[in-house]
Design a protein around this ligand. Structure first.
Ligand code: ADP
Ligand code: MG
Length: 700
């Protein structure tokens, strides 16, 4: 769009060859378009003076005019600090220095007019400003001339080359000066702009860098956020439409004996209404003629397995085969056992295929698959190997999706003449806004209700000093026949130290309970050894399992009633929740104990509070998103965010995302290929989107 005006960035005033090179290497900024889309990360409001009583929770950097009433020195040596009571004539705020105390005392006088400048932070229920900039009012230009100052993120390397925020601001000034009298082509249709009262693109770009005032900045941000979210959604939904048009889905029209017999004769309990709802959603998909790509989210223990089973019956009733794929051997094994048990009195042929299936057995299994004699195959990724061929595979259920690699899933598509229906199940709930972006082209089903009669897990946070009491409690649980998990964190950076902690913990617990069988599992063990130790715990041979997070996913030991998480401060929320989900699977009351050091930060405290307050995975996921931001959440790290959002924030802009998505939906409904004249803008803009998102529909 701007190539005609600024064909080469290095010729822009303030840039030059060297800086152009740095901009490219450090920020991937190549063109003037890239540059203008490099938004400030914050603004400093020097356009007006604030009153202290106006300071609220979302205050930016502000300036206040007033006088210092008095100073106070506290502490000694390295702990010393200086505070000053600063008054704007109506109320006071505290200014704080931890360094440069002498200098401040020499320079500043009481009862003299100053402009104080900084970011107020809340401390013990009161706002203060640490290390403020302080100037005499007569040294400053009038506020109207200062406005909102943009600040840009820069890297170390950029700073070394004098490309700091100020320099970028300068370059941006030059860029905008050149664009002042130039038309900048709109990227949204006039319909959308009008309907949602959005700021025109050119205005928005100017105001995002140099806001005329706070209100204009707000509108500029809204406009650019909307545009960003809208195009992500348009892209995802457009791809989905294209896929639906080019790929047919098998039609499972019949509900037959497999489904009905099981439902009427063998189903051991009443389905929850959430389970029924999800089954209806699946049923609608599989008879639509389109390929199903559905993500089923449901907390641990919400009963996803039975839903998967009924979905598989739908395939079987229409003469198709079905498969379940699990991320580890032990989980595949457990699925096999559970499903064998559920199907005990049905004539369904099922088999297990994992890496350790013997060649002879494998051959038999392959034959039964090809002939169609085998109805359901359960396995690890072994079942997507090329040698595994089906007679007529119609549905694949993938358990715990994020442990599967992208390429592995793509191979499923080659298992039949047409791609099978796909149901992905996950116990890591993803907040809606994130799901709409990460898995935007998967339909989403949610089981938001636990089967009746469950005793909610009781969760407590203890400091280390509670260990003796805790040991007594453990002894009681063991005496009652229960089993116990003790989990230690392992992070890459200090793996050695972590392993040491685990070893010490193991030795300690062996000393405390010399008569018990205590197992140990961690990632450094050979996988066979690991499986063997796990199996011992599953079978009840060991009473206590000391482990790292290798036990996180899916293992089912209903007899385990206590989960102790050591150094709980070092786990993320989703991970804590996942770990907790290993208990509470039987009839007994279960407990989760979060142990931490005395010293924990505010964020950690918040995490632990949420854990002790609720068992609801969705609430926890939402809190996790708010606390950590979308990029750092469990489950997104493995798959990666398919889109880099520059200005929108999935944790905060959920409402706007919903609107953007529905606008995109409406447009594609009437003009799926974006062929109409007025949608040309959108079509061209879509083409320009740099980063191709991972196409989840195709691979999951
Ligand atoms: P998850 O969603 O974690 O995979 P499971 O499918 O393993 O959960 O179900 C957990 C337990 O709840 C199983 O023992 C299962 O038999 C039981 N269950 C599932 N649905 C119901 C229901 N509607 N009523 C009672 N128990 C149920
Ligand atoms: Mg499960």
């Amino acid at each position: 769009m701007l190539e005609n005006i600024i064909p080469d960035l290095k010729f822009l005033a303030g840039v030059g060859t060297k800086r152009a090179d740095i901009l490219y290497k450090e920020l991937e900024i190549v063109t003037a378009d890239d540059l203008i889309r490099y938004y400030p990360y914050r603004y400093v409001d020097r356009s007006r003076f604030y009153y202290i009583h106006e300071i609220g929770s979302d205050v930016p950097f502000i300036q206040i005019k007033g006088q210092i009433l008095r100073f106070e020195r506290q502490g000694e040596g390295r702990k010393q600090r200086l505070t000053a009571q600063f008054s704007d004539g109506k109320s006071t705020i505290e200014l704080v220095w931890f360094q440069g105390i002498k200098f401040a005392l020499e320079k500043l006088k009481t009862h003299t007019d100053y402009v104080v400048f900084g970011r107020p932070t809340l401390f013990n229920g009161r706002y203060n400003i640490a290390h403020p900039d302080i100037e005499r009012p007569e040294d400053l230009p009038p506020p109207e001339q200062m406005g909102l100052q943009p600040y840009y993120n820069t890297t170390e390397k950029m700073k070394h080359n004098f490309l700091n925020s100020k320099a970028i601001q300068k370059i941006m000034t030059n860029l905008l000066a050149q664009l002042k009298d130039v038309q900048i082509a709109e990227t949204l249709t006039s319909d959308i702009i009008k309907k949602y009262a959005l700021m025109p693109l050119k205005d928005a770009l100017f105001n995002i860098h140099f806001p005329q005032n706070a209100d204009k900045l707000k509108h500029a941000r809204q406009r650019l956020k909307f545009e960003e979210l809208f195009y992500v959604q348009l892209h995802i939904l457009h791809q989905t439409k294209l896929r639906e048009q080019s790929v047919n889905g098998f039609i499972f029209n019949k509900i037959g004996n497999f489904f009905n017999d099981y439902y009427k004769k063998y189903l051991p309990f009443e389905l929850t209404s959430a389970q029924k709802r999800v089954l209806k959603e699946i049923r609608t998909d599989v008879r639509s003629g389109k390929q199903m790509n559905r993500l089923l989210q449901g907390d641990v223990g919400s009963g996803k397995t039975i839903v998967a089973l009924f979905a598989m019956f739908m395939a079987l009733d229409n003469d198709f085969q079905a498969a379940i794929m699990a991320p580890t051997e032990i989980l595949a094994q457990q699925h096999y056992e559970t499903i064998s048990e559920l199907l005990e009195r049905m004539h369904v042929n099922i088999a297990l295929l994992t890496g350790s299936t013997k060649p002879k057995e494998r051959e038999k299994l392959h034959n039964a698959l090809i002939s169609g004699e085998l109805h359901i195959l359960i396995g690890t990724h072994a079942l997507i190997e090329d040698t595994v061929k089906f007679h007529n595979l119609g549905l694949v259920v993938i358990d715990e999706q994020h442990r599967f690699g992208v390429a592995q899933r793509a191979r499923l598509w080659q298992k039949n003449t047409q791609p099978p229906h796909i149901l992905v199940m996950t116990a890591t709930p993803i907040p809606r806004t994130l799901a709409m972006t990460l898995y935007g082209d998967l339909s989403i089903s949610v089981i938001d209700e636990l089967p009746p009669g469950r005793k909610p897990i009781q969760t407590y946070h203890y400091f280390m000093n509670k260990r003796p009491t805790l040991n007594q409690f453990l002894a009681k649980q063991i005496a009652a026949g229960r089993q116990i998990y003790i989990v230690y964190p392992i992070i890459k950076e200090s793996e050695k130290l972590d392993l040491q902690n685990l070893e010490h913990g193991y030795e300690y617990i062996c000393e405390v309970f010399p008569n018990l069988k205590i197992g140990k599992v961690h990632g450094q063990m050979k996988s066979q050894e690991k499986e063997r130790e796990m199996q011992k715990f599953v079978s009840g041979e060991t009473n206590i399992l000391v482990a790292t997070t290798v036990i996180e996913v899916g293992v089912n030991v209903p007899n385990a009633s206590v989960m102790i998480i050591e150094n709980a401060e070092r786990f993320g929320l989703s991970q804590l929740h996942q770990l907790r989900g290993r208990v509470g699977r039987g009839a007994e009351q279960s407990f989760c104990i979060l142990l931490t050091d005395y010293k924990i930060g505010a964020d950690t405290r918040k995490r632990l509070e949420i854990m002790t307050e609720t068992n609801d995975g969705f609430r926890i996921a939402e809190a996790d998103l708010q606390l950590r931001g979308p990029g750092d959440m469990d489950g997104t790290q493995q798959s990666g965010m398919p889109f880099d959002l520059k200005i929108a924030n999935l944790a905060q802009d959920g409402r706007m995302l919903e609107i953007a998505r529905s606008v995109a939906q409406q447009i594609l409904e009437t003009d799926p290929k974006l062929l109409s004249e007025k949608n040309l803008i959108l079509k061209n803009q879509l083409k320009k989107m740099k980063k191709e998102p991972v196409n989840w529909g195709l691979i999951s």
